[in-house]
Structure formats: structure tokens, C-alpha cells
Ligand binder design. Structure first.
Ligand code: G3P
Length: 216
């Protein structure tokens, strides 16, 4: 499974990039607004794309089909590793179909149901982003949705890759991997939690203490 970092924070992206476990980046307007970088949107996107060799999902604000297509093409010009993230709607699906035909990779986002994911796959979106955490916030089973989408995409051999998004904890990442999800996009905090375990810390303390005994 690939791991993407869900962030527009340059410091986090640089640190994550050095870990050599991150295959790409996903952003959204909220993450861009929180980035803390004093850069224009275009410059921030360009900088993010320069920090990572993998794909970088960037979301716009266009609503109508023609505007979405125009915005997608403009954003795709910023760097060759851009994926254009489109919130699901009738116009968004139609625009994704056209953009994919014209060579712009798309990521259909704000996906909360199997039917939405199915339509994203039907129009040939490169990526589909179901949101685990926000479904759980709403009392629904986000991981069940991942399981359903993985099963249906595999059964019908859809080419769209599933990005488990709105990941809030390590359990979400583990389950997404276990269920056969192609990608999980994780906040920086969750990425660092993935390599930590209290038994590792405890074990290390014992090893270091025992080493001191040997030296005496
Ligand atoms: O990038 C989309 C998604 O990962 C957002 O997550 O935590 O705002 O629901 P969250």
C-alpha cells in the first residue's frame, strides 16, 4: 500500500520526505489555508511539488463543468506531478471524464458512499477519496465503506486507485492496508504514530540500562 501525506505544511512535507516512506501528497483548501506559508497558492503548490517526487493532489474551487476543466488544466501546468482533486458532483464527474481523456489525472474527493465511488470509477478518475474520519464523526462506519469500495473495484477491475482519506489514527491506516486499499493519506501526526509503540520505548529503555551494566 502506498502512503501519502495529507498536508500542505512545508515543514511537515520536508520532514516526511526525508523518512522515505511517503509516496505522494494530498492537500485541500483547508490544509492550504492552514499551511502557514506566506506564499501565493501557485507558489505554494510549486514548492510542495518540488519537495516530493510522487503525485500531489491539489483541489480547486470551480463548480461548473467548464470552469472545473479550465481550472484543472491550469493547475496541471504548475508541475508534472499534479493530480487535480474534484469534489463529487454531476459537473465534477463530467469534468473528470474530459480531463482524464486530455491527460490530466483526477482525484474525486468528498466521497462518502459506494455509489459515489462507483461513478468516479466509471468516469475513469485516476483516484477516488472516501473519507473515513468524517463518516465516523457522523456515526457511520468509514472502514466498512473502504471494504465495500475495495471489493467492488476489484470485482469489476476498475482502474481507479482508492485513497483512504480523512484518516485520524493508526488503526485506520492498518485496516485500510488489511482491506487492500491502494493508498492511505495520513496527517503528519499519524505518520509519526505509525513508527511508535510503547513496548518499543520500554524495550529500548531496558536495553540501554542493561548496556550500562555491561560497561561497569
Ligand atoms: O484531504 C481530505 C481529507 O483527508 C481531510 O481529512 O481530517 O479534514 O476529515 P479531515
Amino acid at each position: 500500500m502506498k502512503i501519502f501525506l495529507d498536508s500542505a505544511n512545508l515543514e511537515e512535507i520536508e520532514k516526511a520526505s526525508k523518512l522515505k516512506v511517503v509516496d505522494g501528497i494530498t492537500t485541500n483548501p483547508t490544509l492550504m489555508a492552514k499551511s502557514g506559508a506566506n506564499l501565493s497558492m501557485a507558489k505554494l503548490i510549486k514548492k510542495i511539488c518540488s519537495l516530493i517526487s510522487g503525485l500531489v493532489s491539489v483541489e480547486g474551487v470551480a463548480i461548473k463543468k467548464d470552469e472545473i476543466i479550465k481550472e484543472g488544466k491550469e493547475l496541471a501546468k504548475i508541475a508534472k506531478n499534479i493530480v487535480y482533486k474534484i469534489p463529487i458532483s454531476e459537473d465534477g464527474l463530467a469534468a473528470a471524464y474530459e480531463l482524464e481523456k486530455q491527460g490530466v489525472k483526477t482525484n474525486i474527493t468528498l466521497v462518502f458512499s459506494l455509489s459515489q465511488a462507483l461513478l468516479a470509477a466509471k468516469v475513469g478518475a485516476s483516484f477516488v477519496s472516501p473519507f473515513i474520519g468524517r463518516l465516523e464523526d457522523n456515526g457511520e462506519d468509514g472502514l466498512k465503506l473502504i471494504e465495500e469500495i475495495v471489493s467492488v473495484f476489484n470485482r469489476y477491475q476498475f482502474k481507479s486507485q482508492i485513497i483512504a482519506a480523512s484518516v485520524r489514527n493508526v488503526y485506520h491506516v492498518k485496516k485500510a492496508a488489511f482491506l487492500g486499499c491502494h493508498i492511505a493519506t495520513v496527517p503528519y501526526k499519524v505518520l509519526t504514530q505509525m513508527y511508535r509503540h510503547f513496548l518499543t520505548d520500554k524495550g529500548l529503555q531496558v536495553f540501554l540500562a542493561d548496556w550500562q551494566k555491561i560497561k561497569k
